[in-house]
Every structure is written in structure tokens, then in C-alpha cells.
Design a binder for this molecule. Structure first.
Ligand code: 5GP
Length: 196
């Protein structure tokens, strides 16, 4: 069995990570998506247990005390965390586990785990990012301001990542990440090859 690994994908809210990853899941059968826990309210169209596991603040803090997260962060005034057991189980099954997480979480994962691939998805410009968030129509003006402010901070972490994808044209972004995954899958240390 080939080795599983973490595929950590970050980028400002609204940049299109969700759409890109959704399409990639249909292209690569070995990918699994790690569903995070969050205290954020469910958006229209999101499905409990598929988009996120929604918890209260106190439930989240209980999970924190029980060390149930691989990493967690407070983003835009809400908690978000990656359930540890699921990730470990899937890596052991040889899967590529997608963590769609913010830069703080990604840096924590990087500190603690050896085998990960780090991809940053950036918008072509901040103006375009704002247009996309507004176009989504799911955030209040105040939330949009917070997300735009945080976007600038997140972009300053690009150098910490292995790959930069500028999401100008969605299909190119999807193809580029697909090629990265194909290349990473063929790294010698990940392949269980016995020529006897
Ligand atoms: P949104 O509210 O737009 O779904 O997500 C806001 C931000 O939180 C995004 O940058 C998203 O990648 C990040 N995020 C989602 N789940 C997690 C998680 O489990 N851990 C961390 N650190 N960030 C997360």
C-alpha cells in the first residue's frame, strides 16, 4: 500500500477553495476530505457532517480539553478544528487527506507532522476577492469586512507553502492542483515498491 499524506489547502475566504476541492474529489479517487468542527452558523446549502460538524462553543471547548483536534484556530471570531482520529485513520489507510484550513492551522500542522503538501490558493487581486465574497451573498457587510481584513494577513503567509495557485480561471486551478497531487503521489518515499 502506498503511503497516505496530508494535503493542506489554505487561502482567503471566498477564493474558491471549496469549488476547486469539490471537483478534485471527483477526479482523484484516493482523496478524502477532512470535515472540520466549527462554532460558525451553518450557511445556506451547507450540510451538517458534510460541510462541517457544527458545535456550540462549550462543546468545542470540551473537545479541545479532550485533545480531539489535530489542530484548531479561531478564525473570523469562530472556532474551527480538525478531528484527529479521522485524519489518522485515513492516513493509515493510504489516503490523501485534504485539510482545508486557515494559515494558523496550517502552520501548526506543519510544525507537528512530517509528511504534508502545502498549497496556497490566492485570488488574482483583493478587489476580485471582495467581488466573489459579495457575490456569494452569504455574509453580512460586517463579516465581509472581517474576511477582507483577514485576507491580507493570510496572504502574507504564502512563502510558508510549497505551491501557489492563483485562482484566476477555476479550471486551470483545478488542473494545476490535480497535477501537483499526481506528482506528489509518485514521490519515491510514498510508494511501496518491491521488484522481487
Ligand atoms: P468558512 O467560515 O469560510 O467556511 O471558513 C473560514 C476559514 O476557516 C477558511 O479559511 C477555512 O479554510 C478555515 N477553516 C475551516 N476549517 C478549519 C479547521 O478545521 N481548522 C482551521 N485552522 N481552519 C479551518
Amino acid at each position: 500500500m502506498n503511503k497516505g499524506f496530508l494535503l493542506v489547502v489554505s487561502g482567503p475566504s471566498g477564493v474558491g477553495k471549496g469549488t476547486i476541492l469539490h471537483d478534485l474529489m471527483n477526479m482523484q479517487k484516493n482523496l478524502v476530505y477532512s470535515v472540520s468542527c466549527t462554532t460558525r452558523k451553518k450557511r445556506e446549502g451547507e450540510i451538517e457532517g458534510i460541510s462541517y460538524f457544527i458545535t456550540t462553543y462549550s462543546e468545542f471547548e470540551k473537545k479541545l480539553d479532550n485533545k480531539e483536534f489535530l489542530e484548531y484556530a479561531k478564525v473570523h471570531n469562530n472556532y474551527y478544528g480538525t478531528p484527529k482520529d479521522f485524519v489518522e485513520q485515513k492516513i493509515n489507510e493510504g489516503k490523501i487527506v485534504i485539510l482545508e484550513i486557515d494559515v494558523q492551522g496550517a502552520m501548526n500542522v506543519k510544525k507537528n507532522s512530517k509528511d504534508g503538501v502545502y498549497i496556497f490558493v490566492a485570488p488574482p487581486s483583493l478587489d476580485e476577492l471582495q467581488r466573489r465574497i459579495k457575490g456569494r451573498g452569504t455574509e453580512t457587510e460586517a463579516d465581509i469586512d472581517i474576511r477582507m481584513h483577514n485576507a491580507v494577513g493570510e496572504l502574507s503567509y504564502i512563502q510558508e507553502y510549497d505551491y501557489l495557485i492563483i485562482n484566476d480561471h477555476i479550471n486551470s486551478a483545478i488542473n494545476d492542483i490535480n497535477e501537483i497531487i499526481n506528482a506528489e503521489k509518485h514521490k519515491v518515499n510514498r510508494i511501496d515498491y518491491n521488484f522481487n
